[in-house]
Design a binder for this molecule. Structure first.
Ligand code: VGL
Ligand code: ZN
Length: 201
C-alpha cells in the first residue's frame, strides 16, 4: 500500500508569504492532479506558537536567516511563519484537501523545531505519522510539498529511516535554496530514496 504526503502547502511558504519558496505555487496543480493515484493522502502542517524559538524575532539582535541555537542545536533563524491560527499557517485553499485523511502538525513546542513530518529536529518527539502509516498498512511513501530543502528533505530521510520505500516527486516540490537542495538530494539518494516525476506515476 502506498501513501502520498503533502508537506506544508501553507500560505507562508507560497509567493507573498512570510517564508515564500520561489515558484512554490507551481506545485499545487501537480499535487491536485496526482492525488487520484493514491489510496491514502495525508498532509503535514508547520504550526508554531508566536514564541517559537526558530523565529529570529525571539532572539535579541538576530535577523532572519542568521544562525542561532535552539535546544543546544544549531538552528537557522527564520522570519515568523506559520503562526498557529494565522492565515499564513493555513493550508492553501488552492490545494485540494478533500482526500486528505489526516493532518500532522509539527513545530508546536517553542523549544524545538521540526522540519520532518515524523520527528522534531532533535528526534525527541514523534508526531505519530510513522505509526499512523504503518497502522494503515503503508509500505511506500510518495512526497511533495514545501520546502524541498527543509521539510520535504527531512521528511524523506526520516521516512527511509522508518523503513518506508521513499519516492520524492521532483516536480511537486520547490526549494528555498537550490544549492542546499542539491546537497540534500545527494544524501536522500545515498540512503536509497528514489526521485521520480509526476508523469511517471
Ligand atoms: C520549513 C523552515 C522552517 C519548511 C518550516 O516547511 O520547509 N522551513 N519551517
Ligand atoms: Zn517552521
Amino acid at each position: 500500500m502506498k501513501a502520498l504526503i503533502l508537506v506544508d502547502v501553507q500560505y507562508d511558504f507560497l509567493p507573498g508569504g512570510a517564508l515564500a519558496v520561489p515558484n512554490g505555487d507551481q506545485i499545487i496543480p501537480v499535487l491536485n492532479q496526482i492525488q487520484e493515484k493514491f489510496p491514502l493522502v495525508v498532509a503535514t502542517q508547520d504550526w508554531h506558537p508566536s514564541s517559537h524559538g526558530s523565529f529570529a524575532s525571539n532572539h535579541d539582535g538576530k535577523q532572519p536567516f542568521d544562525k542561532g541555537e535552539l535546544a543546544g542545536m544549531e538552528q537557522i533563524l527564520w522570519p515568523d511563519h506559520c503562526v498557529q491560527g494565522q492565515k499564513g499557517a493555513e493550508l492553501s485553499k488552492a490545494l485540494n484537501t478533500l482526500k486528505v485523511e489526516a493532518i500532522f502538525r509539527k513545530g508546536t513546542d517553542p523549544e524545538i523545531d521540526s522540519y520532518s513530518g515524523f520527528f522534531d529536529n532533535g528526534k525527541k518527539k514523534s508526531t505519530g505519522l510513522a505509526d499512523y502509516l504503518k497502522g494503515r498498512g503503508v509500505e511506500e511513501v510518495y512526497l511533495g510539498g514545501l520546502a524541498a530543502d527543509f521539510c520535504v528533505a527531512f521528511t524523506a530521510l526520516d521516512a527511509i529511516e522508518q523503513g518506508f520505500r521513499l519516492n520524492l516527486i521532483e516536480d511537486a516540490t520547490r526549494p528555498i535554496d537550490e544549492d542546499g537542495w542539491e546537497k540534500m538530494k545527494s544524501s536522500i539518494k545515498e540512503k536509497g530514496g528514489k526521485f521520480i516525476t509526476s508523469a511517471n506515476l
